[in-house]
Each structure stands twice: as structure tokens, then as C-alpha cells.
Design a protein around this ligand. Structure first.
Ligand code: HAM
Length: 424
């Protein structure tokens, strides 16, 4: 026998049983986004490599070591998208959706990063993201965060997530802070690891979220970003906090929060949890007022977030918040005898016509009555509709309840639709 081909490491199949959890979560995401007036945008999975280099930044983990980049048959360098914001801005610019306009957009789909796979971290993963363009005031930052907070409420996990918030200030303020930070790091080079030393000049803010405990200890004495904030950014941050306070969303200001992508200015935030082990960030985002211009468009402010759907589904599963998922079948038709087999599928068609959204599975492939009943049970159906020769003769079905203690009953064919309606 030849060796079976396996999926690529870090790229997972989503099997039946899992997919209905995903659908439930996706339905909530779509519904809440549309409740806030966001419209869906779908972008290609493959983009020019330059798009991500220019937006995410050359000296970031994603661009330096995580992108799936390849030359296509024309010799063009292409990349499987590692995130959605850059593609969304590219699409917005290309189709004239952004300049002098307001847009509230959402997207959902696979992203690719060549990271070391572990629980909650994959090489193909899925994001749901929203991006809002054209508004520079803090009310839209608040809206974006409130939308995410509503998702947690709808999914029943509000008490398991914490909002961390920071402001990176304007580009000028950040440049000043950058100089101060470099001066500090230069004085303590002996403590820095290789990664931090390498980033010290190219992207010193990234040293702030180094995982190395010695570097973290050193950073306690480092100059803080908040001391360098420009007055406008400070005010913007205050305005945001005021709105979150008024809406009852609590947060923790984390001055070390800088994010791993270079396009942010002012507001940055992450929703973190203890329920997932090491990969504790469920959702992250912020403001990116320079990105549209950086990608060739006319200056348009933007703010948004993306959440990892795998992390969300994992969390919901572990916290047992997905209890009431409807199984994929409501009724299973057991057909014993040739006449029942012929009439059964025609009756099923009739009942599907009559009862919108009912999910009926017909037994196929023949076999003994008991085997068919076992299949019915395995399907997750609420009832088995049993059709034998005597039922066909008398124009009635026997209904057997599979999930509750209830006497089986016979129902005339034209009464079955009513019974099925009650199952939905
Ligand atoms: P990000 O922090 O790189 O931000 O990713 C957002 C979320 O995607 C993370 O918080 C996490 O839940 C999920 N995620 C990231 N990498 C993986 C992975 N390897 N496996 C599983 N889940 C993962 C962005 O992508 C920005 N585009 C967010 C944004 C939108 N900012 C403004 N608008």
C-alpha cells in the first residue's frame, strides 16, 4: 500500500462536528458586524510580496521569517496573505473606496504564517477582521472596541477576556521616543540578547515585547512611551477612555503594548485570556492613519482589529460555551421494504418543500431495519421516521423519538409536516 499523504504541518482540516461550531461562531461574527453597519469585503489570498513588506514592515517577525513567499511562473514574487489589513487597504485604494469617504468593512478567511505550530498557533489560521476608514476621531476607535466587546458578550465569554490598551502617539512622538529608547538600550547592551541587539536600531519598539526575562527586567527602567506622547494623541487616548468608561467596558493600560506590525499609530489594543495557555491573544488591533498613503492612496485614517477564529473556537470549547449547537440532522427516514424505499424519498421531498429549513436525511444503501435505526441514532437526528410496507399501505409514518423518553406514535403522511415544524 502506498504511504498516505498528510496535510501540511500547522494546516488543519476542520471536520464535521468542528464545522458546526465554526458556523455558529461565524454567524455571530457576521451578525454583530452587520448590526454596526459593516459590509463584507472579500480579498484574494495571494498578493504581491511588496504589499506586506511596505505595510507590516521589513523588520518584523512576520516579514522577516513567517511569510509564505514564492515566485510564480512569471517570476513575480507573491505571498500568501499573513493578515487582512494590508489587502483591505490595497483593495480600498484600487477601487477608490477610501479617499474622502467613510467605509466600515469586515472580512473573514484564511491567513498564513510560518510560525512554530502549537496549541492556538497554526500556519494556516483564520481571522475575522473589521476595518473602518475615513474617521480620525476617537469615537470610531471606541466603536471598534465596543463591537469586539459585544462579540464576547454574545458568545458568553466576557468574563474570560481582558482588554489591554495603549497609545503609540504620532509618528513624530514615536520617533522621539525611539531615540530615547535606543540611547537607553545602548547603555545596557550586555544584557540584550541577539534578537534585541539586532532590532535595537532597526525597530527598537519591538524590543519592548521581547520574551526574554532578563530583557524584560531591564525594560522596567526604560523610558516610557507615555512620557513622549504628543498632546493630540494624549487627548485622543483620553477621549477613547472616556467613551469606554461611559459604555462600561473596562480595560488595563499596558504601556508595553506595541504590537508586532509597524503600521499602527495612536490607539493599539489586545483582548487577552488565560484560558488558552501561551497563545493568549484572541483579538488585536488599532489605528493606522498612515497606511493608506503608505500604500499609494490619498491620506485616509483607519482603525480596526482581527481575531483568530481557531483561538475563539478553542476557548469556547474549553469553557463549554457551545452546548446548544443544533445537530446537523433533524429527522432520519428509515425505509424497510422496496415500496417504502421508493415512496420514502418522494415523501422526504414533499416534507422538505413544506417545512422550510428542516433537515431530513434519508437512509440510503438498504440494509436491515435495526442497522438503519442505529444510523438514525448516529446521525444526531431528533426523530426517526419509520416507513415499512404496512405504513405505506395505511399512508402513515411511525415516529420514534431518539433523544427523549416519549412513546412512539403513528402520524398520517399529511400530518408529518406539522410534527417536523415543531422540531426546528
Ligand atoms: P495580529 O495580532 O497579527 O494582527 O493578528 C490578530 C489575531 O490573529 C491574533 O490576536 C490571533 O488571535 C490571530 N492569530 C495571529 N497569528 C495566528 C496564528 N499563527 N495562529 C492562530 N491565530 C493567529 C493583525 O493581523 C492585524 N491585521 C489586526 C488589525 C486589523 N489591526 C488593524 N486592523
Amino acid at each position: 500500500m502506498s504511504k498516505a499523504i498528510q496535510a501540511i504541518r500547522g494546516m488543519n482540516d476542520c471536520l464535521p462536528g468542528e464545522t458546526n461550531k465554526w458556523q455558529m461562531v461565524e454567524d455571530v461574527l457576521r451578525r454583530v458586524a452587520s448590526n454596526y453597519g459593516y459590509a463584507e469585503i472579500r480579498m484574494p489570498i495571494v498578493e504581491s510580496t511588496n504589499l506586506f513588506k511596505r505595510s507590516i514592515g521589513e523588520v518584523t517577525d512576520i516579514v522577516e521569517k513567517e511569510m509564505y513567499t514564492f515566485d510564480d511562473r512569471n517570476g513575480d514574487s507573491l505571498t500568501l496573505r499573513p493578515e487582512g489589513t494590508a489587502s483591505c487597504v490595497r483593495a480600498g485604494n484600487q477601487h477608490g473606496l477610501l479617499y474622502n469617504q467613510e467605509q466600515r468593512l469586515w472580512y473573514m478567511g484564511p491567513m498564513f504564517r510560518h510560525e512554530r505550530p502549537q496549541k492556538g498557533r497554526y500556519r494556516q489560521f483564520h481571522q475575522f477582521g473589521i476595518e473602518s476608514f475615513g474617521i480620525s476621531t476617537a469615537d470610531i476607535d471606541a466603536e471598534v472596541i465596543l463591537l469586539s466587546a459585544r462579540l464576547w458578550r454574545e458568545l458568553g465569554i466576557s468574563e474570560f477576556v481582558t482588554l489591554e490598551l495603549n497609545s503609540l502617539g504620532s509618528n513624530e512622538a514615536r520617533a522621539q521616543y525611539r531615540d530615547a529608547l535606543i540611547a537607553f538600550l545602548e547603555q545596557h547592551q550586555d544584557i540584550l540578547d541577539e534578537d534585541s541587539k539586532r532590532r535595537m536600531y532597526s525597530n527598537p519598539l519591538r524590543v519592548l515585547d521581547s520574551k526574554n526575562p532578563d530583557v524584560q527586567a531591564l525594560l522596567k527602567d526604560a523610558p516610557s512611551l507615555s512620557e513622549h506622547l504628543d498632546p493630540e494623541s494624549k487627548q485622543h487616548f483620553d477621549e477613547l477612555c472616556k467613551r469606554l468608561d461611559a459604555a462600561g467596558v473596562s480595560y488595563r493600560i499596558n504601556e508595553r503594548l506595541v504590537r508586532g506590525l509597524d503600521y499602527y499609530n495612536r490607539t493599539v489594543f489586545e483582548w487577552v485570556t488565560d484560558s488558552l495557555g501561551a497563545q493568549g491573544t484572541v483579538c488585536a488591533g488599532g489605528r493606522y492613519d498612515g497606511l493608506v498613503e503608505q500604500l499609494g492612496g490619498k491620506g485616509t485614517p483607519g482603525v480596526g482589529f482581527a481575531l483568530g477564529i481557531e483561538r475563539l473556537v478553542l476557548m469556547l470549547t474549553e469553557l463549554e460555551k457551545l452546548g446548544n449547537i443544533r445537530s446537523s440532522v433533524d429527522a432520519y427516514i428509515v425505509m424497510a421494504g422496496e415500496q417504502a424505499e421508493i415512496t420514502g424519498i418522494a415523501l422526504a421531498e414533499q416534507w422538505r418543500d413544506q417545512v422550510k429549513d428542516i433537515r431530513i436525511q434519508c437512509h440510503c444503501g438498504g440494509g436491515k431495519f435495526n442497522k438503519q435505526l442505529k444510523r438514525a441514532d448516529k446521525s444526531g437526528a431528533h426523530v426517526a421516521i419509520i416507513l415499512g410496507d404496512s405504513e405505506i399501505e395505511q399512508q402513515q409514518a411511525t415516529i420514534k423519538y431518539l433523544r427523549e423518553k416519549k412513546e412512539q406514535q403513528t402520524v398520517p403522511f399529511d400530518g408529518v409536516a406539522k410534527l417536523l415544524e415543531e422540531l426546528i
